[in-house]
Design a protein around this ligand. Structure first.
Ligand code: HEM
Length: 217
């Protein structure tokens, strides 16, 4: 009998195409290629604030769940770093000067819904954001720092002070995914939820591009 494919591997393989769509979205690739402005970067940070407020408040509730709890750690928490970044980038009144875009609102509503009811769905959203932040995010943070002259202020979101070795952290996270007591049907649902999370991220880039075009018109 061939060894079954570990769930974490199946998840990565099934989401490769969705990852490429996100990664190559015009708004993101412009930012990465030096064609996006500081304002574009700030607009993205602002949307992250709404998303992580939802994700991290769901995490607080999910700490009670034995399966979801295995994934939750304060070492990942991003909200304080995002708030410090926004204060630096926008000013002390940042909260009055940002609003969520339509896709962000739908993304937040979905995190709120699964975060209150479905541990596997919560893990799907947790995985899509945090493993991404610890992967491509590390590179994105460095590019933004170089492009806009940030040292730590402004890119704190990408700096995980409590995770010295992101590769080792991601390996341990994948072991937790492989150890989750999900049957095949639940694993398929979790993968579908990851694909949905990717779709929100891609559509958010599209919203950001649209908002930018409208502001320029
Ligand atoms: C410019 C944009 C992006 C770049 C350059 C990028 C790059 C990468 C790279 C190189 C990896 C593989 C790292 C490794 O094997 O350890 C990775 C993994 C990952 N990325 Fe991205 N990424 C981008 C955008 C995104 C977005 C928007 C999301 C979704 C929110 C995302 C979610 C993920 C996830 C979940 C993984 C981990 C896959 C796994 O190992 O299971 N990425 N990314």
């Amino acid at each position: 009998m061939p060894e079954p494919i570990p769930f974490s591997t199946a998840l990565r393989e099934r989401s490769t195409a969705a990852h490429s769509s996100s990664e190559t979205s015009g708004f993101m690739s412009d930012l990465m290629q030096g064609e996006g402005s500081r304002e574009d970067y700030v607009a993205l940070v602002a949307q992250h604030w709404f998303i992580y407020a939802a994700l991290e408040s769901a995490a607080e509730a999910m700490r009670q769940d034995p399966v979801a709890a295995a994934f939750i750690t304060d070492r990942l928490t991003r909200l304080p770093a995002l708030e410090a970044d926004l204060e630096f980038l926008i000013g002390p009144d940042w909260r009055d000067r940002i609003e969520s875009l339509p896709t962000t609102q739908r993304y937040v509503d979905r995190i709120d819904a699964v975060g209150a009811t479905w541990p596997g769905g919560f893990v799907a959203h947790h995985y899509t954001r945090y493993l991404g932040d610890l992967s491509g995010g590390q590179f994105i943070g460095k590019v933004m720092a170089r492009r806009f002259g940030f040292e730590t202020n402004g890119i704190g979101f990408y700096v995980f002070d409590d995770i010295a070795d992101p590769a080792a952290f991601k390996d341990a996270y994948r072991e937790q995914l492989d150890a989750a007591p999900w049957d095949e049907a639940e694993k398929a649902r979790v993968i579908d939820e990851v694909l949905l999370a990717y779709r929100f991220n891609t559509e958010l880039f599209e919203d950001l591009a649209r908002a930018k075009a409208e502001a320029a018109a």
